[in-house]
Ligand binder design. Sequence first.
Ligand code: GAR
Length: 209
Amino acid sequence: MNKLKIAVFASGGGTNLQSIIDHCEDNKIDAEIVAVVSNKINAYAVERAKNHNITTIIVESKKFKDRNEHEAEIIKQLAPYNPELLVFAGYMRLVTPDFIRHYYNKEKNLPGIINIHPALLPSFPGTSGYEDAFDYGVKYSGITIHFIDEGVDTGPIVLQETFPRNDSDTLEEFKKRGLSIEHRLYPMAIRLYAHNKLKIEGRFVKILE
Ligand code: GAR
């Protein structure tokens, strides 16, 4: 089987990127990272990619007039690498419907952009899922992997896993518990995509045998 070509998009520290790199290098997922894309020149995720000789594409949003121009530059720079799936791993930018359409995977008949969110969607969308769930006082939170659609964290859910908030938890401990799930769940979702095990029925993503 050919390896699934993925481009990982990250704006921050890149611990999810690292987990995906490790899973690819250990052949635990049939995927190859063809590029790491960032909107932040100083993102540690970029260093991680360089440490593994992965192509990096930095397109700083502040250098462009608007979202369309920023995305057009990403599309242009990414085109030679022909990614089959964009994997958003702490990429803190919303994307336009045109961008989403551009990366639709016609061969698999599936959306071509996937995202990880650190809460049990549809609860606590946005950029601070851990903090928002913790401050709300939930007893259980979770991790969601979902396809990107036009809304903010509203796309069809691929995988979810819950975890508890313990009475003695600090926010840091709560986050740490969630992150260890993220690092396991994201490679699992990429593996399912690579092996054609996902099928969308309405909003429901079925996991095939
Ligand atoms: C992760 O917790 C991810 O779930 C979250 O950003 C963090 C990135 O960490 N994503 C979002 O909040 C998306 N709205 P990382 O850079 O160490 O992978």
